[in-house]
Write a protein that binds this ligand. Structure first.
Ligand SMILES: NC(=O)c1ccc[n+]([C@@H]2O[C@H](COP(=O)([O-])OP(=O)(O)OC[C@H]3O[C@@H](n4cnc5c(N)ncnc54)[C@H](OP(=O)(O)O)[C@@H]3O)[C@@H](O)[C@H]2O)c1
Length: 308
């Protein structure tokens, strides 16, 4: 399969591109951030007029996985117009081009479309109620994609892993700070379902292979608080979990409002894929094994912006 991956310098896009390149022909879309990546690169600012048409026409993919986004929730609050362009307009444009050319399309969305007020687990048919600019624009993106391209897959995700900057994911946040002996807060009242980014990539490719379509929750099968996640990561890495202070998110200084309950059901996904999703402990074991094997350094070596 010729696979076009946008956001190929991002946490998801880079890990996915690196993994997928083993069995597929990968073309990553990049804004001059990567160097010597082991896959083909197509340089483009996706907000440039005609960029979408140009990259699709040039790369002639069988499938597009759209990972590029304005994914920093606080930056979205500060730059709502840019957030709208990136998270709502752009996915619709890409989805439309793919529909016209009969190219499979996966759009990456977020668990944060829910307000977190539900007492139990969220299923795909539950009504979203986004709380901030990021979530609002992502939901708008989902809806426009489904409207122009009903064959598309819309995947609501949440993941952790090793990133190009070394600080994009929540797991890296805990490891960096605890490793430096610093105390951090861990939210006890934000529930989520983290999945190792590499497992997410495998599942997305399986969804393409199975020709799934429509809306799916593509998260880890186990819900936990962000505090509990920090403690699990700390213990696995031999770091001091008592440096993590349990705290309520409502008492934090974060700009954008965070939903309390982002426990998403993966029943539809595992049924349609006919597979058991990897357990949280399996993901964490693999994340630690990657660390032992120098994967974080390998990922960071692909950055353009190196000193010296
Ligand atoms: N991280 C999570 O846990 C999480 C949770 C829920 C949903 N998501 C969703 O998952 C997807 C991937 O997130 P992520 O964490 O991998 O994001 P990320 O690390 O912030 O990466 C964003 C990517 O988008 C690219 N990009 C931004 N603006 C661009 C533009 N104008 N033209 C071309 N490329 C542009 C960035 O390129 P540069 O490197 O050039 O800036 C980068 O490669 C997003 O849709 C996000 O909403 C993430």
């Amino acid at each position: 399969m010729r696979l076009l991956i946008t956001g190929s310098s991002g946490l998801l896009g880079l890990n996915l591109a690196l993994d997928a390149t083993r069995s597929h022909q990968v073309i990553g879309v990049d804004r001059d951030t990567l160097r010597s990546a082991p896959f083909e690169l197509c340089n483009a600012d996706l907000l440039d007029p005609d960029a979408v048409y140009r990259i699709v026409a040039q790369s002639k993919p069988d499938a597009v996985i759209h990972c590029a986004a304005l994914a920093d929730v606080d930056v979205c609050e500060a730059k709502p117009d840019l957030a709208y362009q990136m998270n709502a307009n752009l996915p619709a444009q890409l989805a439309d081009v793919c529909a016209r050319r009969k190219i499979r399309f996966i759009h990456i969305s977020t668990d944060a479309v829910f307000d977190g007020q539900k007492a139990g687990v969220y299923v795909e048919s539950d009504l979203p109620n986004p709380q901030g600019v990021y979530a609002q624009t992502k939901l708008e993106g989902e809806r426009s994609v489904m409207q122009v391209n009903p064959m598309a897959i819309v995947a609501r995700v949440n993941f952790y892993g090793w990133s190009l900057s070394g600080k994009r994911s929540l797991a890296e946040f805990f490891i960096n700070n605890l490793g430096a002996g610093k105390t951090v807060n861990g939210f006890t009242d934000v529930l989520f379902c983290p999945m190792l980014v590499n497992h997410l990539g495998e599942v997305l490719l399986a969804m393409l292979e199975r020709s799934l379509r429509g809306l799916y929750h593509v998260v880890g099968p186990q819900a936990m608080s962000k505090y509990q996640f920090g403690v699990e990561v700390a213990r696995k890495f031999g770091l001091k979990d008592n440096l993590i202070s349990p705290q309520s998110v409502d008492k934090s200084s974060l700009t954008a409002r965070r939903s309390h309950n982002l426990w998403l059901s993966t029943h539809k996904l595992s049924t349609d894929l006919d597979m058991t999703l990897p357990a949280f402990s399996t993901g964490l074991d693999e994340f630690y094994a990657q660390y032992r094997q120098g994967y974080p350094q390998k990922i960071r070596s692909y950055t353009q912006k190196q000193s010296g």
